[in-house]
Write a protein that binds this ligand. Structure first.
Ligand SMILES: [Zn+2]
Length: 333
Protein backbone atom coordinates (compact mmCIF):
# COMPACT_ATOMS: atom_id res chain seq x y z
CA UNK A 1 0.00 0.00 0.00
CA UNK A 2 2.71 2.40 1.03
CA UNK A 3 4.92 1.45 -1.92
CA UNK A 4 2.07 1.94 -4.29
CA UNK A 5 1.34 5.32 -2.76
CA UNK A 6 4.91 6.55 -3.08
CA UNK A 7 5.31 5.23 -6.61
CA UNK A 8 2.15 6.86 -7.80
CA UNK A 9 3.17 10.07 -6.08
CA UNK A 10 6.68 10.15 -7.50
CA UNK A 11 5.41 9.44 -10.99
CA UNK A 12 2.87 12.21 -10.66
CA UNK A 13 0.08 9.73 -11.29
CA UNK A 14 -1.68 10.29 -8.00
CA UNK A 15 -5.32 9.48 -8.42
CA UNK A 16 -6.53 11.39 -5.41
CA UNK A 17 -6.00 14.99 -4.50
CA UNK A 18 -5.70 17.03 -1.34
CA UNK A 19 -7.11 20.54 -1.05
CA UNK A 20 -5.18 23.14 0.92
CA UNK A 21 -6.78 26.47 1.82
CA UNK A 22 -5.25 29.54 3.45
CA UNK A 23 -7.84 32.10 4.53
CA UNK A 24 -6.20 35.47 5.11
CA UNK A 25 -7.60 38.92 5.78
CA UNK A 26 -7.01 39.90 2.13
CA UNK A 27 -7.19 36.70 0.08
CA UNK A 28 -8.41 33.13 0.24
CA UNK A 29 -5.80 30.90 -1.38
CA UNK A 30 -6.86 27.47 -2.60
CA UNK A 31 -4.46 24.81 -3.90
CA UNK A 32 -4.84 21.34 -5.32
CA UNK A 33 -2.01 19.17 -3.99
CA UNK A 34 -0.84 15.68 -4.74
CA UNK A 35 0.01 13.25 -1.95
CA UNK A 36 3.59 14.54 -1.78
CA UNK A 37 2.57 18.14 -1.28
CA UNK A 38 3.30 19.26 -4.84
CA UNK A 39 0.97 22.03 -5.94
CA UNK A 40 -0.92 20.86 -9.04
CA UNK A 41 -2.98 24.03 -9.35
CA UNK A 42 -3.79 27.06 -7.28
CA UNK A 43 -6.00 30.10 -7.30
CA UNK A 44 -7.04 32.92 -5.02
CA UNK A 45 -10.01 35.19 -4.45
CA UNK A 46 -10.45 38.31 -2.32
CA UNK A 47 -11.73 37.46 1.17
CA UNK A 48 -15.28 38.83 1.49
CA UNK A 49 -14.68 39.96 5.07
CA UNK A 50 -17.43 42.64 5.18
CA UNK A 51 -20.04 40.10 4.02
CA UNK A 52 -19.50 37.89 7.05
CA UNK A 53 -18.60 34.31 7.87
CA UNK A 54 -21.18 32.53 5.72
CA UNK A 55 -20.03 34.44 2.63
CA UNK A 56 -16.41 33.57 3.40
CA UNK A 57 -17.22 29.87 3.75
CA UNK A 58 -19.54 29.75 0.72
CA UNK A 59 -17.08 31.53 -1.57
CA UNK A 60 -14.25 29.32 -0.37
CA UNK A 61 -16.33 26.21 -1.13
CA UNK A 62 -17.30 27.56 -4.56
CA UNK A 63 -13.64 28.25 -5.36
CA UNK A 64 -12.70 24.71 -4.34
CA UNK A 65 -15.43 23.27 -6.59
CA UNK A 66 -14.33 25.41 -9.49
CA UNK A 67 -10.65 24.49 -9.16
CA UNK A 68 -11.46 20.77 -8.98
CA UNK A 69 -13.73 21.01 -11.99
CA UNK A 70 -11.16 22.93 -14.04
CA UNK A 71 -8.59 20.23 -13.39
CA UNK A 72 -10.93 17.29 -13.82
CA UNK A 73 -11.09 16.00 -10.25
CA UNK A 74 -14.29 14.83 -8.63
CA UNK A 75 -15.01 14.79 -4.91
CA UNK A 76 -14.52 11.02 -4.91
CA UNK A 77 -10.95 11.66 -6.04
CA UNK A 78 -10.29 14.06 -3.19
CA UNK A 79 -9.12 13.08 0.28
CA UNK A 80 -10.35 16.21 1.98
CA UNK A 81 -9.79 19.86 2.77
CA UNK A 82 -7.26 21.47 5.10
CA UNK A 83 -7.79 25.09 6.11
CA UNK A 84 -5.47 27.58 7.81
CA UNK A 85 -7.02 30.61 9.53
CA UNK A 86 -5.40 33.58 11.30
CA UNK A 87 -6.50 32.91 14.85
CA UNK A 88 -6.67 30.31 17.61
CA UNK A 89 -8.45 27.09 16.69
CA UNK A 90 -9.66 23.95 18.46
CA UNK A 91 -8.27 21.37 16.06
CA UNK A 92 -10.37 18.49 17.36
CA UNK A 93 -13.62 20.24 16.50
CA UNK A 94 -12.35 22.64 13.83
CA UNK A 95 -13.85 25.47 15.82
CA UNK A 96 -12.33 28.94 15.33
CA UNK A 97 -12.31 30.80 18.65
CA UNK A 98 -11.56 34.10 17.00
CA UNK A 99 -9.98 35.44 13.82
CA UNK A 100 -10.09 39.21 14.14
CA UNK A 101 -8.90 39.94 10.58
CA UNK A 102 -11.70 37.78 9.17
CA UNK A 103 -14.37 38.95 11.57
CA UNK A 104 -14.84 35.34 12.73
CA UNK A 105 -15.79 34.56 16.30
CA UNK A 106 -16.87 31.17 17.62
CA UNK A 107 -17.18 29.80 14.10
CA UNK A 108 -17.79 26.09 13.49
CA UNK A 109 -15.58 26.19 10.39
CA UNK A 110 -15.05 22.44 10.07
CA UNK A 111 -18.73 21.55 10.46
CA UNK A 112 -19.90 24.27 8.08
CA UNK A 113 -17.33 23.40 5.42
CA UNK A 114 -18.10 19.69 5.65
CA UNK A 115 -21.82 20.37 5.35
CA UNK A 116 -21.25 22.46 2.22
CA UNK A 117 -18.67 20.32 0.46
CA UNK A 118 -19.27 16.81 1.75
CA UNK A 119 -15.50 16.46 2.23
CA UNK A 120 -13.67 15.77 5.51
CA UNK A 121 -12.19 19.05 6.70
CA UNK A 122 -9.34 19.88 9.06
CA UNK A 123 -8.71 23.34 10.50
CA UNK A 124 -5.51 24.79 11.90
CA UNK A 125 -4.08 28.18 12.81
CA UNK A 126 -2.36 29.68 9.75
CA UNK A 127 1.07 30.12 11.35
CA UNK A 128 0.94 26.49 12.49
CA UNK A 129 -0.11 25.45 8.99
CA UNK A 130 2.87 27.34 7.55
CA UNK A 131 5.14 25.51 10.00
CA UNK A 132 3.72 22.16 8.88
CA UNK A 133 4.20 23.19 5.25
CA UNK A 134 7.88 23.97 5.84
CA UNK A 135 8.27 20.65 7.67
CA UNK A 136 6.65 18.69 4.85
CA UNK A 137 8.07 20.35 1.75
CA UNK A 138 10.28 23.29 2.74
CA UNK A 139 13.33 24.22 4.81
CA UNK A 140 12.14 22.05 7.70
CA UNK A 141 12.22 18.85 5.67
CA UNK A 142 14.12 16.06 7.37
CA UNK A 143 13.23 16.86 10.96
CA UNK A 144 10.07 16.74 13.02
CA UNK A 145 11.41 19.02 15.76
CA UNK A 146 11.30 22.52 14.44
CA UNK A 147 10.16 26.04 15.09
CA UNK A 148 8.79 28.18 12.28
CA UNK A 149 8.76 31.93 12.65
CA UNK A 150 7.27 34.53 10.32
CA UNK A 151 8.66 38.05 10.55
CA UNK A 152 5.90 40.02 8.86
CA UNK A 153 3.50 42.74 9.97
CA UNK A 154 3.58 40.87 13.28
CA UNK A 155 5.55 37.81 14.31
CA UNK A 156 3.81 34.47 13.87
CA UNK A 157 5.12 31.15 15.02
CA UNK A 158 4.52 27.44 15.02
CA UNK A 159 6.17 24.85 17.25
CA UNK A 160 6.43 21.27 16.04
CA UNK A 161 7.64 18.65 18.50
CA UNK A 162 7.90 15.03 17.35
CA UNK A 163 5.88 15.94 14.28
CA UNK A 164 3.02 17.50 16.23
CA UNK A 165 2.04 21.13 16.58
CA UNK A 166 1.98 22.44 20.15
CA UNK A 167 -1.51 23.96 20.53
CA UNK A 168 -1.95 24.42 24.25
CA UNK A 169 -5.31 24.45 25.92
CA UNK A 170 -6.86 27.38 24.01
CA UNK A 171 -5.01 27.08 20.73
CA UNK A 172 -2.53 29.89 21.37
CA UNK A 173 0.53 27.69 21.86
CA UNK A 174 3.44 28.78 19.68
CA UNK A 175 2.64 32.51 19.77
CA UNK A 176 6.35 33.24 19.64
CA UNK A 177 5.80 36.90 18.79
CA UNK A 178 4.49 37.55 22.28
CA UNK A 179 7.45 36.16 24.19
CA UNK A 180 8.58 39.05 26.40
CA UNK A 181 12.11 40.10 25.49
CA UNK A 182 12.18 43.39 27.39
CA UNK A 183 9.99 43.86 30.49
CA UNK A 184 10.20 47.65 30.07
CA UNK A 185 9.72 47.62 26.31
CA UNK A 186 7.00 49.27 24.23
CA UNK A 187 3.35 48.29 24.49
CA UNK A 188 2.16 45.50 22.18
CA UNK A 189 -1.29 44.97 20.59
CA UNK A 190 -1.74 42.02 22.94
CA UNK A 191 -1.72 44.36 25.94
CA UNK A 192 1.72 43.37 27.26
CA UNK A 193 5.00 45.23 27.13
CA UNK A 194 8.21 44.36 25.34
CA UNK A 195 7.00 41.46 23.15
CA UNK A 196 9.44 40.13 20.54
CA UNK A 197 6.95 41.34 17.92
CA UNK A 198 7.59 44.92 19.03
CA UNK A 199 11.20 44.58 17.87
CA UNK A 200 11.54 42.00 15.09
CA UNK A 201 8.42 42.59 12.98
CA UNK A 202 8.33 44.77 9.87
CA UNK A 203 6.00 47.10 11.77
CA UNK A 204 8.54 47.56 14.56
CA UNK A 205 11.42 48.09 12.12
CA UNK A 206 9.44 50.71 10.19
CA UNK A 207 8.54 52.52 13.41
CA UNK A 208 12.23 52.59 14.34
CA UNK A 209 13.17 54.00 10.93
CA UNK A 210 10.50 56.69 11.03
CA UNK A 211 11.61 57.72 14.49
CA UNK A 212 15.22 58.01 13.32
CA UNK A 213 14.11 60.06 10.30
CA UNK A 214 11.95 62.42 12.32
CA UNK A 215 14.51 62.90 15.07
CA UNK A 216 17.09 63.94 12.47
CA UNK A 217 19.37 60.96 13.09
CA UNK A 218 19.37 59.92 9.44
CA UNK A 219 19.34 62.25 6.45
CA UNK A 220 19.04 59.21 4.17
CA UNK A 221 15.86 57.95 5.85
CA UNK A 222 14.41 61.46 6.17
CA UNK A 223 14.85 61.90 2.41
CA UNK A 224 13.27 58.51 1.65
CA UNK A 225 10.36 59.28 3.94
CA UNK A 226 9.81 62.69 2.34
CA UNK A 227 9.95 61.22 -1.18
CA UNK A 228 7.84 58.10 -0.65
CA UNK A 229 5.58 59.16 2.22
CA UNK A 230 6.29 55.91 4.07
CA UNK A 231 9.12 53.46 4.69
CA UNK A 232 9.44 49.67 4.48
CA UNK A 233 11.56 47.11 6.32
CA UNK A 234 13.60 46.75 3.12
CA UNK A 235 14.55 50.44 3.42
CA UNK A 236 16.32 49.60 6.68
CA UNK A 237 18.60 47.11 4.95
CA UNK A 238 19.13 49.34 1.91
CA UNK A 239 20.03 52.30 4.14
CA UNK A 240 22.37 50.18 6.28
CA UNK A 241 24.09 48.92 3.13
CA UNK A 242 24.72 52.59 2.28
CA UNK A 243 26.39 53.00 5.67
CA UNK A 244 23.46 54.63 7.49
CA UNK A 245 24.18 54.11 11.18
CA UNK A 246 20.65 54.87 12.41
CA UNK A 247 19.21 52.17 10.12
CA UNK A 248 21.92 49.76 11.25
CA UNK A 249 20.93 50.43 14.85
CA UNK A 250 17.30 49.54 14.10
CA UNK A 251 18.39 46.31 12.39
CA UNK A 252 20.80 45.42 15.20
CA UNK A 253 18.03 45.88 17.74
CA UNK A 254 15.50 43.85 15.71
CA UNK A 255 17.98 41.01 15.22
CA UNK A 256 19.20 41.09 18.81
CA UNK A 257 15.72 40.74 20.31
CA UNK A 258 14.64 38.17 17.73
CA UNK A 259 17.67 35.99 18.49
CA UNK A 260 17.17 36.57 22.22
CA UNK A 261 13.49 35.55 22.04
CA UNK A 262 14.32 32.47 19.97
CA UNK A 263 17.00 31.46 22.49
CA UNK A 264 14.26 30.99 25.11
CA UNK A 265 12.39 28.66 22.78
CA UNK A 266 15.56 26.71 21.97
CA UNK A 267 16.56 26.38 25.62
CA UNK A 268 13.12 24.95 26.37
CA UNK A 269 12.60 22.75 23.33
CA UNK A 270 15.97 21.99 21.70
CA UNK A 271 14.68 22.08 18.10
CA UNK A 272 16.80 20.83 15.19
CA UNK A 273 15.77 23.76 13.02
CA UNK A 274 14.38 27.25 13.32
CA UNK A 275 12.92 28.26 9.98
CA UNK A 276 12.40 31.99 9.49
CA UNK A 277 10.11 33.42 6.81
CA UNK A 278 8.06 36.54 6.18
CA UNK A 279 8.91 39.81 4.47
CA UNK A 280 11.70 40.81 6.87
CA UNK A 281 13.54 37.51 6.32
CA UNK A 282 14.09 38.50 2.68
CA UNK A 283 17.01 40.59 3.97
CA UNK A 284 18.92 37.31 4.00
CA UNK A 285 22.40 36.67 5.37
CA UNK A 286 22.88 40.14 6.84
CA UNK A 287 19.92 39.55 9.14
CA UNK A 288 20.42 35.84 9.78
CA UNK A 289 24.02 36.35 10.94
CA UNK A 290 22.93 38.95 13.50
CA UNK A 291 20.06 36.79 14.76
CA UNK A 292 22.42 33.83 15.02
CA UNK A 293 24.94 35.85 17.04
CA UNK A 294 22.35 36.89 19.60
CA UNK A 295 20.80 33.40 19.63
CA UNK A 296 24.18 31.76 20.31
CA UNK A 297 24.89 34.20 23.14
CA UNK A 298 21.75 33.20 25.05
CA UNK A 299 21.20 29.57 24.06
CA UNK A 300 22.76 26.74 26.02
CA UNK A 301 25.71 25.49 23.96
CA UNK A 302 24.36 22.00 23.22
CA UNK A 303 20.99 23.38 22.14
CA UNK A 304 22.65 26.11 20.05
CA UNK A 305 25.03 23.74 18.30
CA UNK A 306 22.29 21.29 17.43
CA UNK A 307 20.02 23.97 15.95
CA UNK A 308 20.14 25.30 12.40
CA UNK A 309 18.58 28.69 11.70
CA UNK A 310 17.40 28.72 8.08
CA UNK A 311 15.34 30.86 5.72
CA UNK A 312 11.90 29.45 4.92
CA UNK A 313 11.64 28.27 1.33
CA UNK A 314 7.93 28.00 0.52
CA UNK A 315 7.00 31.69 0.73
CA UNK A 316 3.26 32.30 0.39
CA UNK A 317 2.62 28.64 -0.46
CA UNK A 318 3.61 27.39 3.01
CA UNK A 319 0.07 27.89 4.33
CA UNK A 320 -1.80 25.90 1.67
CA UNK A 321 0.81 23.13 1.68
CA UNK A 322 0.69 22.86 5.47
CA UNK A 323 -3.11 22.85 5.39
CA UNK A 324 -2.80 19.97 2.94
CA UNK A 325 -0.53 18.17 5.40
CA UNK A 326 -3.43 18.05 7.88
CA UNK A 327 -5.43 16.05 5.35
CA UNK A 328 -2.50 13.83 4.46
CA UNK A 329 -1.80 13.06 8.10
CA UNK A 330 -5.43 12.19 8.80
CA UNK A 331 -6.39 10.46 5.56
CA UNK A 332 -3.41 9.23 3.59
CA UNK A 333 -0.80 7.97 6.02
ZN1 LIG B 1 2.41 40.97 22.47
Amino acid sequence: MKDEFWTRGVLGLAKRMIIGVDIGGTTIKVALLDELGNIIAKTQIPTPVPEGEDAIIHQMAATIDQLMEEHGFSKEETYGIGIGVPGPVDIETGFVYEAVNLGLKDTALKAKTEALTGLPTYVENDANAAALGEMWCGAGRGTDNLIAVTLGTGIGGGIIIDGKIVHGVKGVGGEIGHVTVNPDGPLCNCGKKGCMERYGSATAIILGLEKAAMEGRSMYLAKQLAEKGSLTAKDAFDAAAEGDSAAQEVIDQAAFYTGFGLSHIANLLNPAKIVIGGGVSAAGDVLFKLIRKSFDTYTWKIAAESCEILPATLGNDAGVIGAGWLVKQAQVM
